[in-house]
Design a protein around this ligand. Structure first.
Ligand SMILES: [Ca+2]
Ligand SMILES: [Ca+2]
Ligand SMILES: [Ca+2]
Length: 413
């Protein structure tokens, strides 16, 4: 897509001050979230011809100037100097080489890449496009823009911390700079080709292909949860960071891309892409996406977010959810290995029936879901009833029967 606009009012006012003829003024296009090239034909072309002549370029047509071009040519008794400079304003930058304390903007041919992989300079003062000194004692020239027709200058625009790329087309000759047209890619971070009025294809961050969560411990924190992530066959294309989100199973159906973007740092686990499958257990302090500590006896689903190299949320992706993973406590809960044995709660009374009389006088242990021992009881006979003075909730009762551990979940009321 492309969009045409004319020079904005601010630029035109400045240019009029240099006795240039203003062209027709229409509504100037500004940067939006869309992916499009905003192209502006400078009509008529604008020139800086003599010492002090300036051209202010408002690359995104928002009323704030982004680059200053100026001629600085003069004569003296034994010669003359013809110079054209560019100053990127604010945090903007020009595609240029750096030599000592001088930056020399490149002359790009049509089609040349203008993107994050280039050399960008903002040295805080003038960058030399063209500098020619003609004198009886000395002649010299510096810069890439000496006698150039239809050269493209690569431009990088910072808009509220987001990076945009664009170009401007100039002729430079004999100390005269002529701005002909310019363009800016509206989608942050996406590069542009010199001279092009068509957007490049934006590449979303590759989504991972499979996520599995497994209960591997009984610490009742993040270390119980092992995460296995299968990377797509295409690898980590355009991924700068993965984020592992642990979502309560009951909330998983509502967890979408927008929700993922809003999860606070500290409530996910960040992993750098390496090209390899990812296998890790979470930290003990890991939280779910609601900011609650990961713990036992909860059921979760895991999502993996792929953050794009380009800092633009439109290019981030979110995986499908994992299957449900329940963090059981204790691991290996074994509720059925003793035929006939039954452990159940009736209100606050724990009933144990039909355990082996060979193992009478056994110690029975009661744990809360944090793994803390909260009660012990000695029981005997074929059946027992034990009054427990515990808060209402889920507990784990363990007992050895014929030297085999036996565990059972009970809900005490
Ligand atoms: Ca601007
Ligand atoms: Ca033009
Ligand atoms: Ca567990």
């Amino acid at each position: 897509m492309k969009k045409n606009s004319t020079l904005n009012q601010t630029l035109l006012k400045r240019l009029k001050s240099y006795a240039l003829t203003a062209g027709a003024i229409a509504g100037a296009a500004t940067v939006s979230d869309a992916q499009e090239v905003i192209y502006t034909d400078v009509d008529p072309d604008q020139q800086a011809t003599a010492a002090g002549d300036s051209i202010y370029l408002d690359l995104n047509n928002d009323g704030t100037d982004d680059f200053l071009f100026f001629a600085n040519s003069f004569t003296f008794a034994s010669g003359s100097v013809q110079r054209v400079f560019v100053s990127p304003l604010g945090d903007n930058a020009v595609q240029a080489s750096l030599s000592g304390s001088y930056a020399y903007p490149y002359v790009l041919p049509a089609g040349n890449a203008i993107d994050a992989n280039q050399s960008w300079q903002n040295i805080g003062y003038d960058q030399t496009m063209a500098w020619q000194t003609f004198a009886s004692t000395f002649s010299g020239e510096y810069g890439n823009w000496i006698n150039v027709t239809d050269g493209y200058l690569g431009l990088r625009l910072d808009l509220d911390g987001q990076t945009h790329y664009g170009w401007a087309r100039f002729d430079v000759s004999a100390g005269v700079a002529t701005l002909k047209d310019y363009a800016l890619e509206s989608l942050a971070c996406l590069g542009i080709e010199a001279g092009s009025q068509t957007s490049l294809t934006a590449t979303s961050a590759a989504s991972v292909s499979a996520v599995v969560g497994t209960d591997v411990g009984d610490a009742s924190n993040g270390t119980d949860l092992e995460i296995d992530i299968t990377i797509n066959a295409g690898g980590d294309a355009n991924v700068s960071e993965y984020r592992i989100f642990v979502v309560k199973a009951e909330n998983a159906s509502a967890f979408d891309q927008a929700a993922a973007e809003a999860v606070a740092a500290g409530n996910y686990t960040a992993v750098a892409p390496t090209g390899a499958a990812i296998n890790l257990t979470l930290d003990a302090a890991a939280n779910d996406v609601d900011g609650e500590a990961i713990t036992s006896n909860r059921t979760y689903r895991i999502f993996v977010w792929s953050g794009a190299n380009c800092d633009d949320s439109q290019l981030n992706t979110l995986s499908a959810p994992s299957e449900e993973v329940s963090l059981e406590w204790p691991a290996g809960l074994n509720e059925s290995n003793i035929p006939g044995l039954s452990i159940f709660a009736n209100g606050s009374v724990l009933n144990i029936t039909n355990y082996s009389t060979d193992n009478a006088n056994k110690m029975l242990s009661v744990y809360n879901t944090n793994g803390q021992l909260v009660a012990t009881e000695t029981i005997s006979g074929a059946s027992s009833s034990v009054q427990l003075n515990l808060a209402s909730g889920l507990y784990i009762v363990t007992m050895n029967v014929n030297d085999a551990p036996h565990s059972h979940k009970v809900f005490i009321q």
